[in-house]
Ligand binder design. Sequence first.
Ligand code: PMP
Length: 459
Amino acid sequence: MSPLAPSEWHSIEAPVMRTEPPGPRSREILERIGRRAYPGLAEGLAPLAVASKRAWTVTDADDNVYLDLASASASVPLGACREELIAPAVEALHRFGNEDSHALASELTAELGERLLAIAPPSVSRFDIALNGTEAVEIAIKIMRRATGRPVVLAFHGAYHGESTVTAALGAEHAEISRGLRGLVPGFVHVPYPHPYRSPLRDARPGGSGDPTVDYLRDHVLFHALDPSEVAGVVIEPVLGSGGCVAPPDPFWPALGDLCAEHGWLLCADEVKTGMGRSGRMLAIERWGVEPDLICLGKALGGGVMPIGALLGSERALGGFDDVPTGSTWSWLPAACAAALATLDLYAREPVLEHVAELERLASGRLDELRDRFEAIGDVRAVGCFLAVEFVRDHETRERWPELQDAVAAGMCRRGVIADSSTTSLNLQPSLVMPAEALDRAFDIVGESIADALARPST
Ligand code: PMP
Protein backbone atom coordinates (compact mmCIF):
# COMPACT_ATOMS: atom_id res chain seq x y z
CA MET A 1 0.00 0.00 0.00
CA SER A 2 1.24 3.49 -0.82
CA PRO A 3 2.81 5.11 2.25
CA LEU A 4 1.31 8.38 0.96
CA ALA A 5 -2.34 7.42 0.95
CA PRO A 6 -4.70 8.55 3.70
CA SER A 7 -5.40 5.51 5.91
CA GLU A 8 -9.07 5.31 4.93
CA TRP A 9 -7.97 4.63 1.34
CA HIS A 10 -6.15 1.47 2.36
CA SER A 11 -9.28 -0.66 2.18
CA ILE A 12 -10.11 0.28 -1.41
CA GLU A 13 -10.94 -2.66 -3.62
CA ALA A 14 -10.65 -2.17 -7.37
CA PRO A 15 -11.56 -3.05 -9.95
CA VAL A 16 -15.03 -4.37 -9.11
CA MET A 17 -17.22 -4.89 -12.19
CA ARG A 18 -20.94 -5.54 -11.78
CA THR A 19 -22.12 -4.88 -15.35
CA GLU A 20 -20.45 -4.52 -18.72
CA PRO A 21 -20.04 -0.77 -19.37
CA PRO A 22 -22.15 1.06 -20.17
CA GLY A 23 -24.54 -0.42 -17.62
CA PRO A 24 -28.20 0.63 -17.82
CA ARG A 25 -27.89 3.75 -15.66
CA SER A 26 -24.74 4.97 -17.44
CA ARG A 27 -26.36 4.32 -20.80
CA GLU A 28 -29.40 6.36 -19.83
CA ILE A 29 -27.24 9.31 -18.71
CA LEU A 30 -25.03 9.21 -21.80
CA GLU A 31 -28.09 9.06 -24.07
CA ARG A 32 -29.63 12.00 -22.22
CA ILE A 33 -26.48 14.08 -22.75
CA GLY A 34 -26.26 12.96 -26.38
CA ARG A 35 -29.81 14.11 -27.16
CA ARG A 36 -29.11 17.79 -26.40
CA ALA A 37 -25.39 18.39 -26.25
CA TYR A 38 -23.09 19.54 -29.02
CA PRO A 39 -22.29 16.26 -30.81
CA GLY A 40 -18.56 16.89 -30.50
CA LEU A 41 -18.92 16.44 -26.74
CA ALA A 42 -20.11 12.88 -27.15
CA GLU A 43 -16.92 10.88 -27.40
CA GLY A 44 -15.36 10.37 -24.00
CA LEU A 45 -12.58 8.02 -22.94
CA ALA A 46 -14.93 5.28 -21.81
CA PRO A 47 -18.64 4.45 -22.13
CA LEU A 48 -19.68 5.24 -18.60
CA ALA A 49 -21.12 8.02 -16.45
CA VAL A 50 -19.13 8.84 -13.32
CA ALA A 51 -21.04 8.73 -10.04
CA SER A 52 -18.13 9.40 -7.70
CA LYS A 53 -14.37 9.26 -7.40
CA ARG A 54 -12.08 8.24 -4.58
CA ALA A 55 -8.29 8.01 -4.48
CA TRP A 56 -7.24 6.24 -7.72
CA THR A 57 -10.70 4.87 -8.53
CA VAL A 58 -13.80 5.95 -10.44
CA THR A 59 -17.22 4.55 -9.57
CA ASP A 60 -19.81 4.68 -12.34
CA ALA A 61 -23.56 5.09 -12.16
CA ASP A 62 -23.99 1.28 -12.17
CA ASP A 63 -21.64 0.85 -9.21
CA ASN A 64 -18.70 -0.50 -11.21
CA VAL A 65 -15.40 0.53 -9.63
CA TYR A 66 -12.51 1.19 -12.04
CA LEU A 67 -8.81 1.74 -11.56
CA ASP A 68 -8.30 5.21 -12.98
CA LEU A 69 -5.29 5.52 -15.30
CA ALA A 70 -6.48 8.78 -16.82
CA SER A 71 -6.54 10.94 -13.65
CA ALA A 72 -8.88 13.50 -15.28
CA SER A 73 -6.39 14.23 -18.07
CA ALA A 74 -3.57 14.22 -15.52
CA SER A 75 -5.16 17.02 -13.49
CA VAL A 76 -5.62 14.93 -10.32
CA PRO A 77 -2.13 14.17 -9.04
CA LEU A 78 -2.52 13.11 -5.42
CA GLY A 79 -5.69 11.06 -5.38
CA ALA A 80 -9.27 12.18 -5.98
CA CYS A 81 -11.17 14.15 -3.36
CA ARG A 82 -8.21 14.54 -1.05
CA GLU A 83 -9.57 16.12 2.12
CA GLU A 84 -6.34 18.08 2.90
CA LEU A 85 -6.77 19.86 -0.45
CA ILE A 86 -10.54 20.31 -0.43
CA ALA A 87 -10.77 21.78 3.08
CA PRO A 88 -8.60 24.89 2.42
CA ALA A 89 -10.49 25.54 -0.84
CA VAL A 90 -13.83 25.32 0.96
CA GLU A 91 -12.55 27.62 3.70
CA ALA A 92 -11.50 30.17 1.05
CA LEU A 93 -14.90 29.87 -0.64
CA HIS A 94 -16.57 30.68 2.68
CA ARG A 95 -14.25 33.65 3.16
CA PHE A 96 -14.20 35.13 -0.37
CA GLY A 97 -16.75 33.45 -2.64
CA ASN A 98 -15.13 34.62 -5.84
CA GLU A 99 -12.95 37.66 -6.29
CA ASP A 100 -11.47 38.63 -9.65
CA SER A 101 -7.81 38.60 -8.67
CA HIS A 102 -7.03 41.09 -11.47
CA ALA A 103 -9.47 43.54 -9.94
CA LEU A 104 -8.88 43.22 -6.19
CA ALA A 105 -5.78 41.49 -4.90
CA SER A 106 -5.46 39.25 -1.84
CA GLU A 107 -2.50 37.89 0.06
CA LEU A 108 -3.13 34.51 -1.55
CA THR A 109 -1.83 35.89 -4.87
CA ALA A 110 1.42 37.06 -3.28
CA GLU A 111 1.88 33.79 -1.41
CA LEU A 112 1.19 31.50 -4.37
CA GLY A 113 3.28 33.55 -6.83
CA GLU A 114 6.27 33.38 -4.47
CA ARG A 115 5.81 29.67 -3.79
CA LEU A 116 5.66 28.85 -7.51
CA LEU A 117 8.81 30.83 -8.24
CA ALA A 118 10.51 28.97 -5.39
CA ILE A 119 10.00 25.59 -7.13
CA ALA A 120 11.14 26.96 -10.52
CA PRO A 121 14.69 27.50 -11.82
CA PRO A 122 16.38 30.88 -11.17
CA SER A 123 15.85 31.95 -14.78
CA VAL A 124 12.26 32.91 -13.90
CA SER A 125 11.48 35.62 -11.38
CA ARG A 126 7.96 36.85 -12.24
CA PHE A 127 4.51 35.31 -12.46
CA ASP A 128 1.18 36.00 -14.12
CA ILE A 129 -2.15 34.45 -13.22
CA ALA A 130 -4.37 32.23 -15.37
CA LEU A 131 -7.55 30.24 -15.11
CA ASN A 132 -6.12 27.03 -16.55
CA GLY A 133 -3.43 25.62 -18.80
CA THR A 134 -5.00 26.89 -22.00
CA GLU A 135 -5.05 30.43 -20.71
CA ALA A 136 -1.45 30.19 -19.45
CA VAL A 137 -0.32 29.17 -22.95
CA GLU A 138 -2.44 31.89 -24.59
CA ILE A 139 -0.77 34.47 -22.35
CA ALA A 140 2.68 33.03 -23.08
CA ILE A 141 2.21 33.52 -26.83
CA LYS A 142 1.12 37.15 -26.42
CA ILE A 143 4.00 37.82 -24.04
CA MET A 144 6.63 36.24 -26.30
CA ARG A 145 5.57 38.46 -29.19
CA ARG A 146 5.40 41.58 -27.06
CA ALA A 147 8.73 40.98 -25.32
CA THR A 148 10.64 40.41 -28.55
CA GLY A 149 8.60 42.42 -31.04
CA ARG A 150 8.73 39.38 -33.32
CA PRO A 151 5.78 37.47 -34.78
CA VAL A 152 6.79 33.82 -35.30
CA VAL A 153 6.70 31.09 -32.68
CA LEU A 154 8.28 27.70 -33.33
CA ALA A 155 6.51 24.60 -32.06
CA PHE A 156 6.55 20.84 -32.60
CA HIS A 157 4.64 18.10 -34.38
CA GLY A 158 3.12 15.86 -31.73
CA ALA A 159 2.69 18.61 -29.15
CA TYR A 160 -0.63 19.53 -27.56
CA HIS A 161 -1.21 22.98 -26.11
CA GLY A 162 -5.01 23.33 -25.82
CA GLU A 163 -8.16 23.67 -27.89
CA SER A 164 -8.76 27.43 -28.00
CA THR A 165 -8.15 29.00 -31.39
CA VAL A 166 -4.59 30.09 -30.68
CA THR A 167 -3.50 27.06 -28.64
CA ALA A 168 -5.04 24.63 -31.15
CA ALA A 169 -3.00 26.28 -33.90
CA LEU A 170 0.14 26.32 -31.75
CA GLY A 171 -0.27 22.60 -31.13
CA ALA A 172 0.16 19.92 -33.75
CA GLU A 173 -0.68 16.70 -31.97
CA HIS A 174 -3.30 15.67 -34.50
CA ALA A 175 -4.42 17.57 -37.59
CA GLU A 176 -8.07 17.28 -36.51
CA ILE A 177 -7.47 19.63 -33.56
CA SER A 178 -6.51 22.59 -35.75
CA ARG A 179 -8.72 21.75 -38.74
CA GLY A 180 -10.15 24.98 -40.18
CA LEU A 181 -7.83 27.16 -38.11
CA ARG A 182 -4.38 27.00 -39.69
CA GLY A 183 -5.11 29.61 -42.32
CA LEU A 184 -6.69 31.92 -39.76
CA VAL A 185 -3.98 31.85 -37.11
CA PRO A 186 -0.66 32.60 -38.75
CA GLY A 187 2.69 32.86 -37.03
CA PHE A 188 3.39 29.28 -35.98
CA VAL A 189 6.02 27.12 -37.66
CA HIS A 190 6.21 23.45 -36.71
CA VAL A 191 9.07 21.00 -36.89
CA PRO A 192 9.16 17.31 -35.85
CA TYR A 193 9.35 16.76 -32.10
CA PRO A 194 12.65 15.13 -31.10
CA HIS A 195 10.87 11.77 -30.89
CA PRO A 196 13.32 8.88 -30.69
CA TYR A 197 10.81 6.38 -32.18
CA ARG A 198 8.91 8.53 -34.69
CA SER A 199 11.02 11.48 -35.82
CA PRO A 200 12.13 11.32 -39.47
CA LEU A 201 15.26 13.22 -38.35
CA ARG A 202 17.40 10.39 -37.08
CA ASP A 203 21.09 11.32 -37.13
CA ALA A 204 22.94 14.45 -36.08
CA ARG A 205 25.03 15.91 -38.90
CA PRO A 206 28.80 15.61 -38.42
CA GLY A 207 30.05 19.04 -37.38
CA GLY A 208 26.48 20.16 -36.62
CA SER A 209 24.63 21.05 -33.44
CA GLY A 210 24.86 17.58 -31.94
CA ASP A 211 21.14 16.95 -32.42
CA PRO A 212 19.25 16.08 -35.63
CA THR A 213 16.17 18.22 -34.88
CA VAL A 214 18.25 21.31 -34.17
CA ASP A 215 20.40 20.57 -37.26
CA TYR A 216 17.20 20.50 -39.31
CA LEU A 217 16.10 23.81 -37.81
CA ARG A 218 19.45 25.42 -38.54
CA ASP A 219 20.26 23.87 -41.91
CA HIS A 220 16.78 23.81 -43.43
CA VAL A 221 14.10 25.90 -41.72
CA LEU A 222 16.32 28.89 -40.94
CA PHE A 223 18.22 28.67 -44.22
CA HIS A 224 15.34 28.20 -46.64
CA ALA A 225 12.19 29.47 -45.03
CA LEU A 226 12.46 31.64 -41.96
CA ASP A 227 14.76 34.46 -40.98
CA PRO A 228 15.73 33.95 -37.31
CA SER A 229 15.12 37.64 -36.61
CA GLU A 230 11.39 37.01 -37.19
CA VAL A 231 11.24 34.41 -34.44
CA ALA A 232 10.06 35.31 -30.93
CA GLY A 233 10.91 31.91 -29.53
CA VAL A 234 10.08 28.25 -29.11
CA VAL A 235 7.24 26.60 -27.20
CA ILE A 236 7.86 22.99 -26.22
CA GLU A 237 6.40 20.32 -23.98
CA PRO A 238 9.53 19.04 -22.17
CA VAL A 239 7.96 15.58 -22.36
CA LEU A 240 5.16 15.07 -24.87
CA GLY A 241 2.13 14.35 -22.73
CA SER A 242 -1.02 13.79 -24.77
CA GLY A 243 1.21 13.03 -27.76
CA GLY A 244 2.41 9.87 -26.05
CA CYS A 245 4.93 10.33 -23.26
CA VAL A 246 8.01 11.11 -25.33
CA ALA A 247 11.20 12.54 -23.86
CA PRO A 248 13.74 14.22 -26.18
CA PRO A 249 17.24 12.73 -26.27
CA ASP A 250 19.71 14.47 -23.94
CA PRO A 251 21.76 16.31 -26.65
CA PHE A 252 18.61 18.10 -27.88
CA TRP A 253 18.42 20.49 -24.94
CA PRO A 254 21.87 22.13 -25.07
CA ALA A 255 21.61 22.33 -28.88
CA LEU A 256 18.24 24.07 -28.60
CA GLY A 257 19.52 26.34 -25.82
CA ASP A 258 22.46 27.44 -27.99
CA LEU A 259 20.14 28.19 -30.91
CA CYS A 260 17.83 30.29 -28.71
CA ALA A 261 20.77 32.19 -27.18
CA GLU A 262 22.32 32.86 -30.60
CA HIS A 263 19.18 34.52 -31.98
CA GLY A 264 17.69 36.03 -28.82
CA TRP A 265 14.72 33.63 -28.89
CA LEU A 266 12.64 32.99 -25.78
CA LEU A 267 12.31 29.38 -24.67
CA CYS A 268 8.88 28.57 -23.26
CA ALA A 269 8.31 25.22 -21.52
CA ASP A 270 4.68 24.13 -21.55
CA GLU A 271 4.63 22.23 -18.25
CA VAL A 272 0.84 22.20 -18.01
CA LYS A 273 0.82 18.40 -18.08
CA THR A 274 4.39 17.56 -17.08
CA GLY A 275 4.54 19.96 -14.12
CA MET A 276 3.84 19.15 -10.48
CA GLY A 277 5.58 15.82 -10.35
CA ARG A 278 4.13 13.78 -13.18
CA SER A 279 7.51 13.41 -14.88
CA GLY A 280 9.16 12.40 -11.60
CA ARG A 281 10.42 15.94 -10.89
CA MET A 282 8.35 18.93 -9.81
CA LEU A 283 9.07 20.36 -13.27
CA ALA A 284 10.16 18.10 -16.13
CA ILE A 285 12.84 20.58 -17.27
CA GLU A 286 14.77 19.69 -14.10
CA ARG A 287 15.61 16.35 -15.73
CA TRP A 288 17.96 18.20 -18.07
CA GLY A 289 18.80 21.34 -16.05
CA VAL A 290 17.00 23.49 -18.65
CA GLU A 291 16.37 27.10 -17.60
CA PRO A 292 13.54 28.46 -19.76
CA ASP A 293 12.42 32.08 -20.11
CA LEU A 294 8.77 31.09 -19.63
CA ILE A 295 6.99 28.18 -17.91
CA CYS A 296 3.27 27.43 -18.30
CA LEU A 297 1.51 25.58 -15.48
CA GLY A 298 -2.03 24.27 -15.04
CA LYS A 299 -3.83 20.96 -14.47
CA ALA A 300 -2.31 19.36 -11.33
CA LEU A 301 -1.43 22.76 -9.86
CA GLY A 302 -4.94 22.89 -8.37
CA GLY A 303 -4.43 19.52 -6.68
CA GLY A 304 -7.27 17.99 -8.70
CA VAL A 305 -9.67 20.15 -6.74
CA MET A 306 -9.76 23.57 -8.42
CA PRO A 307 -8.93 24.97 -11.88
CA ILE A 308 -5.85 27.16 -11.95
CA GLY A 309 -3.00 28.03 -14.31
CA ALA A 310 0.10 30.17 -14.12
CA LEU A 311 2.81 31.66 -16.28
CA LEU A 312 6.29 32.09 -14.83
CA GLY A 313 8.79 34.26 -16.67
CA SER A 314 12.19 35.91 -16.71
CA GLU A 315 12.59 39.68 -16.31
CA ARG A 316 13.08 39.96 -20.07
CA ALA A 317 9.99 37.92 -20.89
CA LEU A 318 7.58 39.12 -18.23
CA GLY A 319 9.11 42.13 -16.47
CA GLY A 320 9.64 44.86 -19.02
CA PHE A 321 6.13 46.07 -19.95
CA ASP A 322 2.62 46.32 -18.54
CA ASP A 323 0.53 46.90 -21.64
CA VAL A 324 -0.54 43.34 -22.54
CA PRO A 325 -3.91 42.52 -20.99
CA THR A 326 -3.95 38.92 -19.73
CA GLY A 327 -6.19 36.41 -18.01
CA SER A 328 -9.90 36.32 -17.24
CA THR A 329 -12.39 36.83 -14.43
CA TRP A 330 -11.93 33.52 -12.64
CA SER A 331 -8.11 33.40 -12.87
CA TRP A 332 -6.72 32.68 -9.42
CA LEU A 333 -10.08 32.47 -7.74
CA PRO A 334 -9.03 32.60 -4.05
CA ALA A 335 -10.25 29.03 -3.47
CA ALA A 336 -8.08 27.84 -6.35
CA CYS A 337 -5.07 29.61 -4.83
CA ALA A 338 -5.81 27.95 -1.49
CA ALA A 339 -6.00 24.51 -3.15
CA ALA A 340 -2.73 25.14 -5.02
CA LEU A 341 -0.97 26.25 -1.82
CA ALA A 342 -2.22 23.15 0.01
CA THR A 343 -1.01 21.04 -2.94
CA LEU A 344 2.47 22.57 -2.74
CA ASP A 345 2.45 21.92 1.03
CA LEU A 346 1.60 18.29 0.44
CA TYR A 347 4.48 17.84 -2.02
CA ALA A 348 6.81 19.51 0.49
CA ARG A 349 5.59 17.25 3.32
CA GLU A 350 5.40 13.86 1.68
CA PRO A 351 7.79 11.85 -0.52
CA VAL A 352 5.54 11.94 -3.58
CA LEU A 353 8.41 12.13 -6.07
CA GLU A 354 10.13 9.12 -4.50
CA HIS A 355 6.91 7.18 -4.95
CA VAL A 356 6.67 8.31 -8.59
CA ALA A 357 10.20 6.93 -9.09
CA GLU A 358 9.05 3.57 -7.66
CA LEU A 359 5.99 3.51 -9.93
CA GLU A 360 8.20 4.39 -12.93
CA ARG A 361 10.52 1.45 -12.13
CA LEU A 362 7.58 -0.91 -11.82
CA ALA A 363 5.96 0.39 -15.01
CA SER A 364 9.19 0.21 -17.03
CA GLY A 365 9.57 -3.47 -16.12
CA ARG A 366 5.94 -4.30 -16.90
CA LEU A 367 6.03 -2.33 -20.19
CA ASP A 368 9.20 -4.14 -21.29
CA GLU A 369 7.51 -7.49 -20.58
CA LEU A 370 4.53 -6.45 -22.71
CA ARG A 371 6.78 -5.37 -25.60
CA ASP A 372 8.63 -8.71 -25.45
CA ARG A 373 5.36 -10.62 -25.36
CA PHE A 374 3.43 -8.87 -28.15
CA GLU A 375 4.75 -8.34 -31.67
CA ALA A 376 2.04 -5.69 -32.12
CA ILE A 377 3.78 -3.32 -29.69
CA GLY A 378 6.26 -1.07 -31.47
CA ASP A 379 7.40 1.06 -28.56
CA VAL A 380 6.77 1.51 -24.84
CA ARG A 381 7.70 4.55 -22.79
CA ALA A 382 7.75 5.50 -19.11
CA VAL A 383 8.70 8.90 -17.76
CA GLY A 384 7.62 9.19 -14.15
CA CYS A 385 3.87 8.51 -14.15
CA PHE A 386 3.53 9.22 -17.87
CA LEU A 387 3.30 5.77 -19.49
CA ALA A 388 2.56 4.86 -23.10
CA VAL A 389 2.18 1.85 -25.36
CA GLU A 390 2.40 2.33 -29.11
CA PHE A 391 0.83 -0.34 -31.33
CA VAL A 392 2.10 -1.04 -34.86
CA ARG A 393 0.97 -3.32 -37.65
CA ASP A 394 4.55 -3.97 -38.60
CA HIS A 395 7.83 -3.40 -36.75
CA GLU A 396 9.70 -2.54 -39.90
CA THR A 397 7.27 0.07 -41.27
CA ARG A 398 6.08 1.25 -37.84
CA GLU A 399 2.61 1.76 -39.32
CA ARG A 400 0.30 2.76 -36.47
CA TRP A 401 -2.52 0.41 -35.45
CA PRO A 402 -5.23 2.65 -33.93
CA GLU A 403 -7.99 0.00 -34.20
CA LEU A 404 -5.99 -2.35 -31.99
CA GLN A 405 -5.24 0.47 -29.55
CA ASP A 406 -8.95 1.30 -29.25
CA ALA A 407 -9.87 -2.38 -28.87
CA VAL A 408 -7.32 -2.75 -26.06
CA ALA A 409 -8.67 0.36 -24.28
CA ALA A 410 -12.23 -0.99 -24.64
CA GLY A 411 -11.14 -4.36 -23.22
CA MET A 412 -9.41 -2.63 -20.32
CA CYS A 413 -12.58 -0.69 -19.60
CA ARG A 414 -14.67 -3.91 -19.57
CA ARG A 415 -12.17 -5.33 -17.08
CA GLY A 416 -12.27 -2.17 -14.94
CA VAL A 417 -9.31 0.01 -15.98
CA ILE A 418 -9.74 3.45 -17.54
CA ALA A 419 -6.99 4.56 -19.94
CA ASP A 420 -6.62 7.25 -22.60
CA SER A 421 -6.73 5.96 -26.17
CA SER A 422 -7.72 9.30 -27.68
CA THR A 423 -4.33 9.93 -29.23
CA THR A 424 -1.46 8.24 -31.09
CA SER A 425 -0.60 5.87 -28.26
CA LEU A 426 -2.35 4.21 -25.37
CA ASN A 427 -1.58 6.64 -22.56
CA LEU A 428 -1.62 5.54 -18.95
CA GLN A 429 -1.55 8.29 -16.33
CA PRO A 430 -1.97 6.85 -12.84
CA SER A 431 -2.35 8.92 -9.74
CA LEU A 432 1.10 9.82 -8.40
CA VAL A 433 0.15 8.19 -5.08
CA MET A 434 -1.37 5.01 -6.50
CA PRO A 435 -0.09 1.95 -4.63
CA ALA A 436 2.38 -0.17 -6.58
CA GLU A 437 0.10 -3.23 -6.16
CA ALA A 438 -2.79 -1.41 -7.86
CA LEU A 439 -0.62 -0.35 -10.82
CA ASP A 440 0.70 -3.90 -11.07
CA ARG A 441 -2.89 -5.21 -11.21
CA ALA A 442 -3.69 -2.65 -13.92
CA PHE A 443 -0.76 -3.95 -15.99
CA ASP A 444 -2.09 -7.53 -15.68
CA ILE A 445 -5.30 -6.19 -17.20
CA VAL A 446 -3.45 -4.36 -19.99
CA GLY A 447 -1.79 -7.68 -20.92
CA GLU A 448 -5.09 -9.62 -20.81
CA SER A 449 -6.77 -6.93 -22.91
CA ILE A 450 -4.05 -6.95 -25.59
CA ALA A 451 -4.18 -10.77 -25.85
CA ASP A 452 -7.97 -10.65 -26.08
CA ALA A 453 -8.04 -7.84 -28.68
CA LEU A 454 -5.51 -9.67 -30.87
CA ALA A 455 -7.65 -12.84 -30.68
CA ARG A 456 -10.75 -11.02 -31.94
CA PRO A 457 -11.12 -11.24 -35.71
CA SER A 458 -12.51 -7.69 -35.98
CA THR A 459 -9.28 -6.04 -34.80
N1 PMP B 1 -0.71 22.28 -22.53
C1 PMP B 1 -0.56 20.97 -22.38
C2 PMP B 1 0.80 20.36 -22.53
C3 PMP B 1 -1.67 20.16 -22.10
O1 PMP B 1 -1.53 18.84 -21.98
C4 PMP B 1 -2.94 20.77 -21.96
C5 PMP B 1 -4.19 19.95 -21.66
N2 PMP B 1 -4.15 18.63 -21.98
C6 PMP B 1 -3.04 22.16 -22.10
C7 PMP B 1 -1.91 22.89 -22.38
C8 PMP B 1 -4.35 22.85 -21.92
O2 PMP B 1 -4.72 22.75 -20.58
P1 PMP B 1 -6.26 22.81 -20.11
O3 PMP B 1 -7.04 21.96 -21.05
O4 PMP B 1 -6.22 22.23 -18.73
O5 PMP B 1 -6.67 24.23 -20.13
